[in-house]
Design a protein around this ligand. Structure first.
Ligand code: IMP
Length: 435
């Protein structure tokens, strides 16, 4: 049973990086299938902290292939900096593979990202300004650079020739910072990228499918979260890629029947970055407390994340879009010593109770959370003993919080994370997931 996908069930920052790294121990390939360096993964290995954005988490594990699939948009300039970071920490990128079909994020995309936000006025999305949206726009408009273009000199020159004047006009029209490059300087820069990672570029769909055929273990690592999906998220306050179950297939070039397990990563409370509706959001003072306790500051932008109670209407939506076979609950320790824990089980909108997450932003803005309040538990500083004691020895109230979630979602919570380290994990898995 070798194909396992890991997807965030909220608005991103659920702790997918840690879980990918934890399960990655048994994986041969780790594949990213959407998003770009708007994502941020913090991984702690032997006390060393890695902050990754564009590189897949698996890259810090020796002997594994870390694959950037066709559905990802790649900023090669910024990837080079991350590669340096990994090398400085004694790691290697030997196992890195980049799809020849993956699109490239160019500097003009970053400039356009900022300019587009200006036009949205009070409806700003609050993007990471990494150029993600404009890069996907070019993909759909069929004028994007793909990684494979770097390997075809004539095609590359031809594309640069027509794209540069077009983008210069566009930047000018949008009142964005102008692009100083010429066709020659851009060609020189892109030839440099070819020298840097040309050997890593290949047909990763063949690579991944071959690995699955050989019964090797493959993890598909999601970025952002289900609620930021371009179709199923809180549009327009979303990212520009397919973050849900279907995106695994289109973004990595595998068929749906190759995914054997879908893991939904659920933070024990809710956070979101940027603008958009958030029904269980806390008032400022309480939000600040949870933000500080949970270290809820963006890895990519440094922005303080908005915080709120666990919203199971959100997670049920993600469950329907992804078909989770297991839930991983993360950061439950952050809720230690909170006497009462409200969990949102429905929305009340204009006098009607909603059990399913609505599409309308104005409805969501009027939605009031319907809570069931669970009892909190007393925390401990001795995480080692907590983990050693296993699930059955966790405080009863904590188990009830977990089991309430299981009942609501009709899905088992198979892994519980009680801290950032690999060893701060309580594993309830039944049998070997890879056999
Ligand atoms: P973009 O992906 O930069 O276009 O930003 C679109 C929205 O997605 C903004 O609200 C961002 O804050 C949010 N977003 C993008 N990447 C992440 C992430 O990795 N975690 C949380 N939010 C994200």
């Amino acid at each position: 049973m070798p194909g396992l996908a890991i997807i965030g069930a909220q608005w991103g920052d659920e702790g997918k990086g840690k879980i990918t790294d934890y399960l990655g121990e048994d994986a041969d390939l780790i594949v990213r299938f959407q998003g770009g360096n708007n994502a941020g993964h913090t991984i702690v290995v032997d006390g060393k902290v890695f902050k990754l954005h564009g590189l897949p988490s698996g890259v810090v594990r020796k002997g594994k292939l870390a694959v950037i699939g066709n559905g990802v948009v790649v900023n090669l300039e910024e990837l080079a900096e991350e590669i340096e970071q990994v090398k400085e920490a004694g790691g290697s990128i030997e196992g890195l593979r980049i799809s020849d079909r993956a699109h490239l994020i160019m500097n003009y995309h970053k400039k356009l990202d900022g300019a587009e936000e200006k036009y949205r006025g009070k409806n700003v999305v609050g993007t990471t300004k990494k150029g993600i949206g404009p890069a996907y726009q070019d993909k759909i408009a069929r004028i994007g650079f793909r990684a494979g273009d770097l390997l075809e000199d004539d095609l590359l020159k031809e594309k640069i020739g027509f794209i540069i004047p077009y983008k210069k006009d566009m930047l000018d029209m949008m009142g964005a910072e102008p692009c100083q490059c010429t066709t020659e300087s851009l060609y020189a820069k892109m030839a440099g990228w070819r020298d840097m990672i040309g050997d890593c570029i290949c047909d990763t769909s063949v690579l991944v499918n071959d690995a699955l055929d050989e019964n090797r273990n493959v993890i598909f690592e999601g970025a952002q979260g289900a609620m930021l999906d371009i179709d199923h998220g809180t549009y327009p306050y979303v990212t520009s890629s397919a973050t849900c179950g279907g995106g695994v297939c289109t973004g990595s070039g595998v068929a749906p029947n190759r995914i054997d397990r879908m893991l939904g990563v659920v933070k024990a409370y809710t956070t979101r970055v940027g603008e958009g509706p958030f029904v269980t959001e806390l008032a400022e003072e309480d939000e600040k407390k949870l933000q500080a306790k949970g270290g809820e500051f963006g890895v990519t932008t440094g922005r303080g994340r908005r915080c709120g109670w666990l919203d199971l209407v959100v997670v049920e939506h993600a469950q329907r879009m992804c078909g989770f076979t297991s839930i991983v609950m993360t950061k439950i320790d952050v809720l230690d010593d909170v006497p009462e824990l409200p969990v949102c089980v429905a929305y009340e909108i204009d006098g009607t109770e909603y059990r399913h997450f609505p599409a309308s932003i104005s409805k969501l803005n009027r939605a009031k959370p319907v809570y069931e309040t669970l009892r909190g538990w007393k925390g401990t500083d001795d995480t080692e003993s907590l983990v050693k004691g296993g699930y059955d020895n966790l405080p009863g109230e904590m188990r009830e919080y977990i089991e309430f979630t299981e009942r609501y979602l009709k899905t088992p919570v198979d892994i519980v994370s009680v801290g950032p380290g690999r060893d701060q994990t309580i594993d309830r898995r039944n049998g070997d997931w890879w056999s």
